[in-house]
Design a protein around this ligand. Structure first.
Ligand code: NAD
Length: 110
């Protein structure tokens, strides 16, 4: 069972970008079920129906270890605030697009 397999392996506090997306919300659910605390970041863009993303967030918000922040990953000020407020043991970047490499470097050097 994946949740049991994950016990004790994952870090406790994780930042996950693209949390309302197809891959992001399932990854987040898996981490929450394994006992991690997850801050999920997403700008809720309208690339496809936002109601689907809001539905996913509603499911994740049932977990006490979940917090959502509506932030665009390219907003460096908001990211700096995020990293000042929390100390993350891992960052999982599932924000898609041709700028993903740049965004990942942005996260690493913020
Ligand atoms: N879906 C697949 O089958 C698949 C397969 C292999 C790899 N991937 C990769 O996984 C990643 C996620 O894919 P997905 O299918 O979950 O995409 P998705 O579009 O469903 O989810 C991406 C999420 O990122 C958010 N986002 C986009 N730009 C943002 C920004 N600037 N700031 C904050 N949030 C932003 C969107 O609102 C969305 O909720 C991508 O890098 C994709 O290439 C996906």
């Amino acid at each position: 069972m994946p949740e049991r397999w994950a016990q004790g392996i994952f870090m406790k506090k994780i930042l996950l970008t693209g949390v309302a997306g197809f891959i992001g919300w399932k990854t987040c659910e898996f981490l929450l079920k394994s006992g991690a605390e997850v801050v999920g970041l997403d700008n809720l863009n309208s690339y496809y129906d936002v109601r689907l993303k809001e539905h996913r967030l509603g499911l994740l918000e049932k977990f006490p270890g979940f917090r959502f922040r509506r932030i665009d990953i390219e907003d460096l000020g908001a990211l700096a605030d995020l990293f000042s407020a929390d100390r993350f043991e891992a960052v999982i970047n599932l924000r898609p697009g041709p700028g993903s490499d740049t965004a990942w470097k942005t996260l690493l050097f913020t």
